[in-house]
Design a protein around this ligand. Structure first.
Ligand code: CO
Length: 376
């Protein structure tokens, strides 16, 4: 945590120099309970009606405004913090926020925030404390710290992949024709917990069969597995705060020839996407490599989403594998490669793996077979 905080301070030190005048500088970053706050401080708070805000600056220790009842969480941290606890009566909160913001001299300054996480609740309290301040989007700055995973983070992601794969193997042997998607999703969830996933999984498993498998984000339904179905399972685990996100497609009994064909195409697209992943290569190239395989096979219109998204503390984070993304891949970046072909009203296929960029290429964290396996 101390290294991460030091990196943020260093970044703020350069940004404070406002090269283009006050429109571009940044004096602080204010975060509410969010994956970024956990990343930087190791602290976890529930998002509740009681606002919690941590304010980071270039030189002072982080300032944390929090309910007095949460003070135990900030005692004994391996770094210095300055706390501003408030009592239960909401009428007193604003005064405490004002003291905190003013202790850092932030009124009239630019305080970066994460618009995807910060609520109006925290924003209004911050604004009341610094009425002349501006609150620009600092997502890019915070994400630039999180985007390259260190060895410890990658090891946790490997464990999350391992747990997910084990849970699915334990579930596959229980699949029977006539079982509903919901029953199968429930079984997989239990197996994920038994295999060692934390209860806060990155998302509830997607289990979609037959025509439902042609919808990339289907929710498990009462539909029962039938011979001839393709079965898409998209699932992940959380281990030590880091997630995995995998997809495999199965055949329920015998399936028609075209489904074997599209499965092979998606398998080849997945391999091409993974092979394109390398340091110095734009994110867009990973998407283009996977998409080219599907387009050349004549199914381009049926691959309706980007090829992948970053993973780490969150199931979806930077970098995004989109054709127009020119961001260059660097060692430590972790993301999914998940091409698919969806035939509306019929069936769909997706194959998803988790990849980490290394010094020379990319390592695939998932090693579960990608061939079309029969189940049921
Ligand atoms: Co995914």
């Amino acid at each position: 945590m101390t290294t991460r905080l030091a990196k943020l301070s260093a970044a703020l030190r350069t940004l404070r120099v406002e090269p283009q005048g006050e429109a571009s500088g940044l004096s602080a970053v204010a975060l509410n309970p969010s994956p970024s706050l956990t990343y930087l401080t190791g602290l976890r708070f529930h998002l509740s009606e009681r606002p919690v805000v941590a304010i980071f600056t270039a030189d002072a220790p982080p300032v944390i405004v929090l309910p007095a009842l949460e003070m135990l969480k900030v005692i004994g941290l391996p770094y210095q913090v300055q706390t501003f606890p408030y009592p239960e009566n909401p009428a007193e909160w604003e005064g405490v926020f004002r003291q905190a913001v003013q202790s850092l001299g932030l009124d009239g300054k630019r305080i970066g925030v994460e618009p995807r996480a910060l609520r109006l609740l925290e924003f209004h309290h911050l604004q009341a404390g610094a009425p002349e301040a501006k609150f620009p989007d600092a997502s890019a700055l915070v994400s630039s710290l999180r985007i390259r995973k260190d060895a410890e983070e990658i090891a946790a992601m490997r464990r999350a992949v391992h747990v997910a794969q084990k849970a699915l193997e334990n579930t596959l042997v229980l699949i029977k024709i006539g079982m509903s998607e919901k029953e199968l999703a429930a079984e997989l969830t239990v197996q994920l917990l038994r295999s060692g996933s934390q209860p806060e999984m990155p998302f509830s498993p997607i289990v979609s069969s037959g025509p439902n498998s042609a919808n990339p984000h289907a929710a498990p339904s009462e539909r029962k597995l039938q011979p001839g179905d393709l079965l898409v399972i998209d699932w992940g685990a959380t281990v030590d705060g880091y997630v995995s996100d995998l997809t495999r497609t199965f055949a329920v009994g015998e399936v028609e020839a075209e489904y074997h064909k599209i499965h092979q195409i998606v398998q080849a697209a997945n391999a091409a996407g993974r092979a394109a992943a390398s340091p110095g290569v734009p994110c867009g190239s990973v998407d283009k490599a996977a998409r080219a395989v599907i387009e050349q096979a004549g199914y381009g219109l049926h691959f309706t989403h980007r090829t992948g998204h970053g993973i780490g503390i969150e199931g979806h984070e930077e970098p995004y594998m989109r054709g127009d993304n020119e961001l260059l891949l660097e060692p430590g970046m972790a993301f999914t490669v998940e091409p698919g072909i969806y035939l509306p009203g019929r069936n769909g296929v997706r194959i998803e793996d988790n990849v980490v960029i290394t010094e020379k290429g990319a390592a695939c964290l998932s090693d579960m077979g990608r061939e079309l396996r029969a189940v049921g």
